[in-house]
Design a protein around this ligand. Structure first.
Ligand SMILES: NC(=O)c1ccc[n+]([C@@H]2O[C@H](COP(=O)([O-])OP(=O)(O)OC[C@H]3O[C@@H](n4cnc5c(N)ncnc54)[C@H](OP(=O)(O)O)[C@@H]3O)[C@@H](O)[C@H]2O)c1
Length: 273
């Protein structure tokens, strides 16, 4: 875990004072995932780990990051991974808030310096809230757009600089069906996800031929803590995030897949673009 508080020297847990941080022995591909401490992000981290990916897990709460590491290693055990292999399995946890561009730059920089490369960035971190259209506040709009739209673009921009040097890489943004079809009461959430749909399409067009794959995965309702402010909005027929994570993994492993894939909560998949 690396985290940098005002004026506090950077510290690598498990690293003896005064020694050079140990570079990870890269086993397989490397994925950096924002908001991987719970919900879809954690489910995807587990699914990638089960396939031998090295992981950089971004989140803003230290305890949650430590718990996420345990959950990912546990899921490795459940898949019968040998103890030794587990040890080698590389999980870097980085304290970061996607609303802060400096944190996003540091997340990408530390992932690249720890593993020596980045194969996949998943912009997953997000928040959800309903909008009282008669009392819209600047703070409400800022919270939704800074987290769901600006954050992914800050991370994508930093990752493009690394991936251009590598000549390869994949940037996958997590959108929403609310970023394809507007829903009542979700003015700001829809706006922030529609913006991601448009911006990802622009990146896709811009980076054609650079070796950097750009894609967008837009899931429907999932049973996660996203609705913790309004639990009644979570419906019984919402998907298990582990199911959606498997569908995202299939998309990641299919380089010829459409740049925009929609997964509806009844399991149907629609491919756009
Ligand atoms: N659940 C659904 O029905 C649904 C449907 C379509 C799309 N999505 C999208 O799926 C993605 C994952 O959401 P989820 O359903 O898995 O929700 P979740 O369980 O609430 O997980 C969201 C993750 O994002 C993190 N996060 C939030 N704000 C952050 C910030 N400023 N900086 C860093 N991390 C931050 C959260 O960490 P903290 O615990 O610190 O907040 C958490 O790890 C989001 O982009 C969401 O919009 C969800």
């Amino acid at each position: 875990m690396t985290h940098q508080k005002e004026g506090q020297a950077e510290e690598h847990v498990g690293q003896k004072k005064g020694t050079t941080p140990r570079k990870a022995t890269v086993v397989g591909k490397i994925a950096a995932i924002t908001g991987a401490t719970k919900g879809l992000g954690l489910a995807l981290a587990k699914a990638l780990a089960a396939e031998g990916w090295g992981l950089s897990v971004g989140g803003r709460n230290e305890q949650d990051l430590n718990d996420a590491r345990k959950h990912i290693l546990e899921s490795g055990k459940e898949n019968g991974r040998k103890e030794k292999e587990e040890k080698n399995h590389n999980i870097l946890t980085v304290m970061m808030n996607v609303k802060k561009q400096a944190d996003c730059n540091r997340f990408i920089k530390e992932t690249a310096s720890h593993f020596g490369k980045i194969d996949l960035l998943v912009n997953n971190a997000g928040i959800w809230d309903m909008t009282d259209v008669e009392n819209i506040t600047g703070q409400h709009l800022k919270d939704l757009f800074q987290t769901n739209t600006f954050g992914p673009m800050y991370c994508a921009s930093a990752a493009i600089r690394v991936m251009k040097k590598q000549g390869c890489g994949h940037i996958l943004n997590i959108g929403s069906t609310a970023g394809v079809k507007s829903k009542p009461d979700l003015l700001a959430y829809c706006g922030s996800k529609f913006a991601i749909t448009g911006m990802t399409g622009s990146l896709f067009e811009k980076l054609q031929g650079t070796g950097i794959r750009i894609s967008l995965f837009s899931p429907g309702g999932m049973k996660t803590q996203l609705f913790r402010k309004t639990p009644s909005m979570m419906k019984n027929d919402f998907m298990d995030p582990a199911f959606a994570a498997q569908k995202i993994l299939e998309h990641i492993n299919n380089p010829n897949d459409s740049w925009h894939v929609i997964l509806y909560r009844d399991g149907r998949i629609e491919r756009m673009g």
